[in-house]
Structure formats: structure tokens, C-alpha cells
Ligand binder design. Structure first.
Ligand code: AMP
Length: 222
């Protein structure tokens, strides 16, 4: 089973991906996280990706696809996996289908209006040390600028600045239609209302997953 999460930056794909991963015991693969980790470690991949990422542009398709191909070969992906942030354009859709055509798919687009996204992302802060995510308005840390979990300092992602967020939304809108049309044609596409609490959004996703895969998945654990 392959769960593909589409949605503009800030739509909550990461959080929903984590919730699906926990409940259905599937690994979540976030290309954004893998790339950020590579930048932090200053690997050749990180160095190659850094300029594109800080400008809000897409990193080269082949580079990102090879990261995914390597990851899904691992044993924990045998029963399935969740893709968060990949595919990002129709070329990546085709690369994905070439690298693994064995999984039954379900695709969710988490839909959130643009003004909500801008508010969410420009007030997002992440811990520079453990990666925990905060929102200075809706879920602030107990002490301003300090991570509740590890005491690390909170920073704004370069690409969460308003002008870069606008560019990321533009890139998303330019690429998404073709992807959605493709998955609609395959009959695996569902649009999810991404407004409400994390739990409310998760319930919408979970009920569709259970409905579609009820005979195939292990009963979700509480
Ligand atoms: P995300 O955390 O998914 O919002 O991704 C952050 C940034 O990483 C994007 O703006 C891109 O620069 C890069 N990135 C993540 N996933 C991909 C992908 N599938 N293809 C190209 N670039 C990506």
C-alpha cells in the first residue's frame, strides 16, 4: 500500500503523514526532511540542493527520485509506505511508477486556502536541534524561542519567509493539476478538507484508508 500525500506547503502533510505512520505502522518518507538533513550534514547532495531549496524551487527530479528509490528498497517498506512531498511534478510521478509498481495506491490532496497557508507558514518555527515544529500563534513553546522537548533554539526555515512561501505556492499550483489529473484517471485520488484540528483532518483520511484497505491492512492499533 502506497499512501501519497499531496498538498501545498503548510497544508499539514507532515503531521498527517506522521499520524498515518503511527496508526498503520508504515514508514513515512519525506523528501523535504531527507534534503534538509543532507544540508545540515553538508553532504554533496545537501550542497547541491541548498540553493534551490532556499529559493523555494524544486530540486532536480533525478536526484530526488534516486533518494526515494534507495529508501523504498529498505525492508520496512515491503508492506507499504507513505510519501510526503514526492512526487512534486508529473515527471516524478512517472519516475515513481517506474521504480515501484507493486503497491496499491491511494492519493490524498490536503486542501487549505492560500491565506491560511501564509499565516501558518510564516508563524512556523522549528527546533534547530531536534526538528520539533511549533507555531508561534497556535502552538507556541513554553519559553519563547526555546524547544520544549530538548531546549534547542527555535528558528524559522529559510523557505518559510513570506516571499519564499509565495514562490513555493506558485510552484505547487503550476505542477499539481497534471498530477491530480493523472491520479484521478487511475481512480485513486481523494481531496481532503485540511482545515480543523489535526485529529479532525486525520479522521477524514483514516476513514478512507480503512474503507479502501480494510481487507489488506492489519487492524489499526489504538
Ligand atoms: P517540503 O518540506 O516538502 O516543503 O520541501 C521543502 C523543499 O525541499 C521544497 O521547496 C523543494 O526545494 C525541496 N523538495 C522536497 N521534495 C521535493 C521533490 N519531491 N522534488 C523536488 N524538490 C523537493
Amino acid at each position: 500500500m502506497r499512501v501519497i500525500l499531496l498538498g501545498p506547503p503548510g497544508s499539514g502533510k507532515g503531521t498527517q503523514g506522521e499520524m498515518i505512520a503511527k496508526k498503520f505502522h508504515l514508514p513515512r518518507i519525506s523528501t523535504g526532511d531527507i534534503l534538509r538533513e543532507a544540508i545540515k550534514k553538508e553532504t554533496p547532495l545537501g550542497l547541491a540542493a541548498k540553493a534551490e531549496m532556499s529559493a523555494g524551487h524544486l530540486v532536480n527530479d533525478e536526484i530526488v527520485a534516486s533518494l526515494v528509490a534507495e529508501r523504498i528498497k529498505k525492508a520496512d517498506c515491503k508492506q507499504g509506505y507513505i510519501l510526503d512531498g514526492f512526487p512534486r511534478n508529473i515527471n516524478q510521478v512517472r519516475l515513481l511508477e517506474k521504480m515501484d509498481n507493486s503497491q496499491e495506491e491511494i492519493v490524498f490532496e490536503i486542501s487549505v486556502p492560500e491565506e491560511v497557508i501564509l499565516d501558518r507558514l510564516t508563524s512556523r518555527r522549528i527546533c534547530s536541534s531536534c526538528g520539533a515544529v511549533y507555531n508561534i500563534i497556535t502552538s507556541p513553546p513554553q519559553r519563547p524561542g526555546i524547544c520544549d522537548l530538548c531546549g534547542g533554539s527555535l528558528i524559522q526555515r529559510d523557505d518559510d519567509r513570506a516571499e519564499v512561501v509565495r514562490e513555493r505556492l506558485r510552484v505547487y499550483e503550476a505542477e499539481i493539476k497534471e498530477i491530480i489529473d493523472h491520479y484521478k484517471e487511475k481512480g485513486v485520488f481523494y481531496r481532503i478538507n485540511g482545515q480543523g484540528t489535526f485529529e479532525e483532518v486525520f479522521q477524514r483520511i483514516e476513514s478512507l484508508l480503512v474503507l479502501k484497505f480494510k481487507t489488506k491492512i492489519n487492524q489499526p492499533k489504538e
